[in-house]
Write a protein that binds this ligand. Sequence first.
Ligand SMILES: C[S@@+](CC[C@H](N)C(=O)[O-])C[C@H]1O[C@@H](n2cnc3c(N)ncnc32)[C@H](O)[C@@H]1O
Length: 285
Amino acid sequence: MLLANAPRTLVDCTLGRAGHAERLLELAPALKLIGLDVDEDNLAFARERLARFDDRITLRHADFAQLGAELAAIGLEKVDGILADLGISSNQISDPLRGLSFDNDGPLDMRLDRRQKTTAADLINSLGEGELSDLLWFNAEERHSRKIAKRLCAARRQGRINSTVLLARLVAAAVGENPDAHRSKTHPATKTFMALRMAVNSELDSLKSLLSSAPSLLAPNGRIAIISFHSGEDRLVKESFRDLAKQGRYRILTKKPMISGEAERVANPRCRSAKLRVAELSAIA
Ligand SMILES: C[S@@+](CC[C@H](N)C(=O)[O-])C[C@H]1O[C@@H](n2cnc3c(N)ncnc32)[C@H](O)[C@@H]1O
């Protein structure tokens, strides 16, 4: 859907390991692609993977919240396509040093961009009980937010909470579940980890910035496609597209979000919760 308008320039705001970027460059031989990522390691991997397209790509270590400034820095005012595949990649989850997984013990870091200062451990060990509870509720709709915040604040009085496995065990204890029984079901700390990661990386704020800057960065008939992985993100995308459509600036191309088919879900279980929404900037916007 992104290539249907024969775009000449497209930004992949979440380059990751360049799976999407590589496919787009293969399918559209005249396409110039700008790729952004906050994670330097993924960016380095993507640079190698895309080496054969060297004269058609510009890769930047940047947050898509700064998309306008990043485009200006390379002399572009508008692009024909904007793609964002939100969240994190599997290699980031499985790297214990990133602190994103309760299965592999590691430091409670969670920063995707290592230039940033605040880690998940900083938040857990410094926020007040009410602030922690709000963070869990507003970012991930964790229904046990209060119990978990209470338990974490009690535990940190005995010593700093610094490791992923310790955090996972404290959360499981707070909700009265066995942390080792999660192989067959969702781990009780899943939402806590997601809420913290979102806070550390200011994920919803970055998405809001991208959504509000997109109409002024798209060329007439340019398209924006966003893949989101949880309801908070999808709601922001849906509302932004709907508001801009009411103003006559966007035409929504996905009346309902597109979801993956059964075969893709089996091959890649992570895409089960993915929702794709696409909109097109009006020619006279
Ligand atoms: C789901 S992965 C993208 C995978 C990619 N589509 C591919 O085909 O390999 C999300 C990527 O976006 C990056 N990311 C997350 N938030 C970002 C932001 N605000 N700005 C730029 N990159 C971001 C992550 O570091 C990660 O590499």
